[in-house]
Design a protein around this ligand. Structure first.
Ligand code: PBG
Length: 308
């Protein structure tokens, strides 16, 4: 009765991976319990999440072929577009479909944007590609797109592309304050991404030392038309989540990322912690800090124990 914070399945968003060209779902060794789905197993998992009361998924694609421009991301027959069509056909409005919008899963160099002739990410050329990806995802049935590439101006460019193509109702969940974190390692296994030349994303993602910069990033995204803003990762950035919650009057999401998931699983496998209890405590803390919704690979498992 006196609990100030409660966690329910309705607070959770499940990130899911769908891989082109596999016959059976494939386990991801660094993320025990998480799979690269086939279209069929994705559809079954979506049904399961609906029955558990999880309201939304964030979809990531792993294409068969990668190229410099990440063409698979906007191909009408690309894997995420195929998945969106299947899920909207099967589930309609029962599950909110969010498509992660980025190029790194689709580029052969593993960066989130196009590269210029010096091998540096070309911010403005990338914005045009993001517009094409957004329109392809909207056309395939995405309810929201989730730009995660941290290019400057991405939310405005995507909003304009969606509006100009007749998709004013498709919303934007912006990865607004996304840090250049060491906690994304297992995710990069999940989507088969290696950044060219041992590079990193510090040129476009945020410096973990900075909180005020996060506020500027969130403000820009809201000004450009973001409907929901996200802080990522979650546990090492609870102060940022709290500050964003206090300062802005839009829904706030937090991404409990792959490394956060895998650390809990690894320690639990060794019997050093009670993994389920830790997952509950961590997600409750993220909500207490101010997140309205939490993306977590524990979504299904937590929803099972929280009850629909
Ligand atoms: C980029 C993207 C990343 C994640 C979500 N979208 C990885 C990155 O920026 O390198 C990480 C998610 C996670 O670690 O769970 N498309």
């Amino acid at each position: 009765m006196v609990a100030e914070t409660t966690l329910t399945p309705n607070d959770l968003i499940a990130p899911l991976f769908v891989r082109e060209g596999i016959e059976e779902p494939a386990p991801i060794p660094s993320m025990p319990g998480v799979l690269q789905h086939t279209l069929a197993s994705l559809s079954a998992e979506a049904d399961r999440l609906v029955s558990l009361g999880v309201p939304a998924i964030m979809l990531f694609g792993v294409p068969l072929v990668k190229d410099p421009a990440g063409l698979g991301a906007s191909d009408p027959d690309g894997i995420v577009q195929a998945a969106l069509e299947l899920l909207t056909g099967n589930l309609g409005e029962k599950l909110l479909l969010i498509a992660d919008l980025c190029l790194d899963e689709y580029t052969d160099h593993g960066h989130c944007g196009l590269l210029d002739d010096r091998g540096l990410v070309d911010n403005d050329a990338t914005l045009e590609r993001y517009g094409e990806v957004a329109v392809a995802q909207a056309r395939a049935g995405a309810h929201l797109v989730g730009p995660s590439g941290m290019m400057d101006g991405q939310v405005g460019a995507i909003r304009k592309a969606l509006d100009d193509s007749g998709f004013p109702d498709v919303g934007i969940l912006a990865y607004a304050a996304k840090y250049a974190s060491a906690l994304y390692g297992p995710f990069r296994d999940a989507v088969d991404v290696q950044i060219a030349g041992g590079g990193d994303r510090r040129g476009y993602q945020q410096d973990p030392a900075n909180r005020r910069e996060a506020i500027r990033e969130v403000q820009l995204d809201i000004d450009e038309g973001a409907d929901i803003v996200m802080v990522k990762p979650a546990l090492s950035y609870l102060d940022v989540i709290g500050e964003v919650r206090r300062r802005f009057d839009v829904p706030v999401a937090a991404y409990h990322v792959s490394g956060e998931y895998s650390m809990v699983k690894a320690a639990a496998e060794r019997g050093w912690i009670d993994g389920h209890a830790v997952a509950l405590e961590q997600t409750l803390a993220i909500k207490r800090a101010g997140a309205d919704m939490i993306l977590t690979y524990f979504a299904g498992e937590l929803a099972e124990s929280l009850g629909g």
